[in-house]
Design a binder for this molecule. Structure first.
Ligand SMILES: Nc1nc2c(c(=O)[nH]1)N[C@H]1C(S)=C(S)[C@@H](COP(=O)(O)O)O[C@H]1N2
Ligand SMILES: [Mo]
Length: 492
């Protein structure tokens, strides 16, 4: 494992054997399991999966070791089969950005080294049991312990090296980039978007706080220098754009709120950022969309795909190929060097990170990654609202009960937010100023006649089409949750 992880870290774009096994687990996991993992572990699901793979391996190694004392061949077979699985997973790992042969190197080396180490350790044991004198491979009892500890330490170091250098090329590339100004800059954030309640999500989400959701165990290592975006399919003229090409095109800045379909009512997978990029409509006009096309299929460097309706990337909403986020080049975890942003659609059908390809096509000819896994092909964001203050069981002094949160209805806009305390009548909350209809809006509510004791607050939003959030609960799968957010709190 040490060798596999360490070598993979040195080969740009090559996943380690552990990551390749984890990647297969992610792709083959039944949707209910993924839903469970997101719910239980949130964004810790990745370290937990890696931990699971490592723990399983450790367990199998222990079993192989115990059996090996009596039946060395069985132990060798167990390690051989584990190694073969690793090689197979590397052979079909969609996430590699290197050549296939190079991608096999870490797992093949892992097999060779682990078999070698096992044979060495078995020989040592046998020697001890036979009480033989000097043996060329013999290590003795202490030596055996030391060798085992040494292998473990190497594995840990290999893992650390992998973590440190896994995205080194992209990080160096990003550090050298200075973004040009926008030809069309976003208007200043209107005053009054913040309602001034401490604990309410900042109107523009700082990059470090922006939620992250993707299938990538390791961030694809994509330097801007070698990167290109290919626009092809049902177009008059195929385009191949470098990062520099994009930088030299008319860049626009827009604030857009992204939302993940996996966001539970009241959940954290929503964030608002200032994106800098080129309108997809401009790019598709350059390419020339042919009649009959109704979709784009976007693909990432790690071979993840999303399908979006053609009108959502050609109408006048601010759909972009973005290269900047809140004044910086895209952070590595948010899609460096470039990503898709389409207002109004859940991320799984719109927000492709580490973007490399846009194919103009028809929905009848393909399915995006999550659409082959029980999610729908079309997935507009269901407008929703969230209570940020109070947190569960927060206590307030009786004269200072100020509640607040956010509400979003991308491409339509939020008309009002209503609050109900202890299932009482609905009262209108105060809305923060609107930035644009693609961003969320803050709300606040001052409860003046608060009474001491335990209470519950519930909210619901109404969008500018006049629709009010339904209380009916819908699950995440197949196209997003509905229902009202409620929180318990105390007044003292
Ligand atoms: N390459 C790639 N892009 C992806 C995904 C992914 O798994 N792989 N996940 C999508 C999903 S489900 C969401 S909600 C958004 C999240 O974007 P963020 O992590 O920048 O918030 O990215 C989208 N883009
Ligand atoms: Mo998502």
């Amino acid at each position: 494992m040490a060798v596999g992880t360490g070598v993979a870290a040195l080969l740009q774009g090559v996943p380690s054997p552990i990551e390749s096994v984890g990647n297969r687990a992610i792709d083959y996991a039944p949707p209910f399991l993924k839903e469970f993992a997101v719910k239980q572990f949130g964004t810790a699901d990745k370290p937990i999966l890696i931990g699971g793979v490592v723990a399983t391996l450790a367990l199998l190694a222990v079993v192989a070791g115990i059996i090996g004392r009596k039946k060395p061949r069985v132990a060798i077979a167990v390690v051989g089969v584990i190694g073969l699985i690793a090689v197979l997973c590397a052979a079909i790992d969609r996430t590699t950005t290197a050549g296939r042969a190079l991608t096999l190197v870490p797992s093949v080396l892992t097999v060779v080294v682990s078999l070698g180490a096992l044979i060495l350790l078995l020989a040592t044991l046998r020697e001890r049991e036979e009480a033989a004198a000097a043996h060329p491979l013999g290590l003795g009892r202490r030596g055996f312990l030391k060798a085992s500890l040494g292998v473990t330490a190497l594995a840990v170091i290999g893992g650390a090296v992998g973590q440190l250098f896994g995205d080194a090329a992209a990080a160096a590339s990003r550090a050298g980039i200075r973004l040009p100004g926008a030809a069309k800059a976003a208007p200043a954030v209107p005053s009054g978007v913040e309602v001034g309640v401490k604990g309410v999500s900042e109107f523009v989400t700082p990059n470090r706080d922006f939620y992250r959701v993707d299938t990538a165990l390791r961030i694809p290592d994509v330097p801007a220098e070698g990167w290109s975006l290919r626009i092809h399919g049902m177009v008059d003229q195929e385009l191949n754009l470098s990062y520099r090409d994009l930088m030299n095109m008319p860049l626009e800045e827009h604030r857009v709120t992204l939302t993940c379909v996996s966001n539970e009512v009241g959940g954290p997978y929503v964030g608002n950022a200032l994106w800098l990029g080129v309108r997809t409509a401009t790019l598709l006009e350059m390419a020339g969309v042919q009649a009959g096309a109704d979709a784009i299929k976007s693909t990432s460097a790690d071979r993840w795909t999303a399908g979006s309706p053609i009108e959502t990337v050609t109408d006048d909403r601010n759909a972009m190929v973005a290269i900047g986020m809140n004044g910086e080049p895209l952070p590595l975890s948010h899609g460096f060097p470039a990503r898709l942003v389409i207002p109004g659609l859940y991320g799984f059908v719109s927000a492709t990170k580490w973007l490399t390809e846009i194919e103009v096509t028809k929905f009848s000819d393909f399915k995006g990654y999550w659409t082959t896994r029980d999610y729908t092909a079309l997935a507009p964001i269901k407008f929703s609202s969230r209570i940020d203050v109070p947190k569960s069981f927060q206590a307030f002094p009786q004269d200072k009960v100020r509640l607040g949160g956010v509400a979003w209805a991308q491409t339509v806009g939020i008309e009002k937010v209503e609050v109900s305390i202890d299932k009482g009548e609905w009262v209108e909350a105060t809305l923060g100023a609107e930035d644009n209809n693609e961003t969320w809006r803050q709300w606040s509510y001052q409860w003046d006649d608060a009474t001491p004791g335990n209470h519950q607050v519930t909210i619901r939003a109404t969008n500018k089409d006049g629709d009010t959030q339904t209380s009916e609960r819908a699950r995440i799968r197949p196209n997003g949750t509905t229902g009202w957010h409620s929180v318990q709190f105390r007044v003292e």
